[in-house]
Ligand binder design. Structure first.
Ligand code: B12
Length: 215
C-alpha cells in the first residue's frame, strides 16, 4: 500500500468514526520510523479535527460523535507522541500547559503539546479544569520558558486574567512568557488580558515558542 493511502485511511478512519482503521493506519505510519511521516500524521489529525468541529457547528454531528472522534484522536496521539519525543527531547526548554478552570476541552491543547514536543520542548501537562493556583505552583516548580493556557468557552475566559494576576502577585510574571489558544480567544482578548501571545493554531503556537526559545 502507498503511504499516501495510509494517510487517507487515517483521515477517513477519524471522519467515519472507525477506530480500527484509524489506529491500523497510524501503526503503519509509526512503523515506517520516518519522523516526517509522523509529523504529517499529526497534521492529518489536526486537519480532520477541524472538520469534526465544523460538522458539530453545522448540526451535522452531535455530542456522542464528537466525544468518540476525540477518543479516536487520543488513541492516535498515544501511538505518535512517543515517536515525536524521540527527537531532541526537552532541549528547547520547558513549557507548562493546561486548560483553564471550568473548561474540559483538551484536544487542541494536546495537539499543541504534540507539535511543541516534536520541536524539542519538554512539555508538562497539567490537564483540564486547572485552577489559577495550580498554574502558578507549576511555574514555581518547573521554571518554564512559557506557560500555555487553552480556553474554548467564553464562560471561562476570565480565568486567563486571573492566572496573570496570580503570577504577578507571586512575582513570577516577568519570569515566564504566557501564550494562550482556543476557540473562545482572540488576539484582542490576549492584549487585554496581559498575556504575551495568542495562537490561532498549534503550528503558529509552536513557531512563537520557538522564537522565545532562541531569539
Ligand atoms: C470537541 C468539542 C467538545 C468535546 C470536547 C472533547 C475534548 N476532550 O476536548 C465535548 C463533547 C466534551 C465538548 C463539551 C462541551 N462543549 Co464543546 N466543542 C467541541 C468542538 C466541536 C471542537 C473543539 C475541538 O477540539 N476542536 C479541534 C481542536 C484541534 O481545535 P482547538 O481546540 O481550537 O485547538 C486548536 C487551536 O485553538 C490551538 N489551541 C488550542 N488550545 C491551545 C493552547 C495553546 C497554549 C496554544 C498555543 C494553542 C492552542 O491549537 C489547536 C490546534 O491547532 C468546539 C467547536 C469549535 N469550533 O471549537 C465546541 C465548543 C468549544 N464547545 C462548546 C460548548 C458550549 C460545550 C459544552 C458546554 C456543551 C454542553 N452543552 O455540554 C460542553 C462544555 C464542557 C466543559 N465544561 O468544558 C462551544 C463553546 C461556546 C462558547 N462560546 O463558549 C463550542 C464553540 C461549540 C459551539 N459552537 O457551540 N465539546
Amino acid at each position: 500500500m502507498m503511504i499516501s493511502d495510509t494517510f487517507e485511511h487515517l483521515k477517513s478512519g477519524l471522519l467515519e468514526l472507525d477506530m480500527e482503521t484509524a489506529v491500523d493506519a497510524t501503526k503503519s505510519i509509526a512503523d515506517t520510523g520516518d519522523t516526517q511521516a509522523v509529523k504529517d500524521a499529526v497534521d492529518t489529525v489536526a486537519d480532520a479535527l477541524q472538520t469534526v468541529g465544523k460538522r458539530f457547528q453545522d448540526g451535522e454531528w452531535f455530542l456522542a460523535e464528537l466525544v468518540y472522534a476525540g477518543e479516536i484522536s487520543k488513541e492516535i496521539m498515544n501511538i505518535l507522541s512517543p515517536l515525536m519525543e524521540a527527537g531532541a527531547l526537552g532541549s528547547a526548554g520547558t513549557i507548562v500547559v493546561g486548560t483553564v478552570a471550568g473548561d474540559l476541552h483538551d484536544l487542541g491543547k494536546n495537539i499543541f503539546m504534540n507539535y511543541a514536543k516534536s520541536a524539542g520542548f519538554n512539555m508538562i501537562d497539567l490537564g483540564i479544569d486547572v485552577p489559577a493556583r495550580q498554574f502558578v505552583d507549576a511555574v514555581k516548580e518547573h521554571h518554564p520558558l512559557a506557560l500555555g493556557m487553552s480556553c474554548l468557552l467564553t464562560s471561562t475566559d476570565a480565568e486567563i486574567g486571573k492566572v496573570v494576576e496570580e503570577l504577578k502577585r507571586h512575582g513570577l510574571r516577568d519570569r515566564v512568557k504566557v501564550i494562550i489558544g482556543g476557540a473562545a480567544l482572540t488576539e484582542q482578548f490576549a492584549k487585554n488580558a496581559g498575556v504575551d501571545a495568542f495562537a490561532p493554531d498549534a503550528v503558529t503556537g509552536t513557531d512563537i515558542v520557538k522564537k522565545w526559545s532562541s531569539p
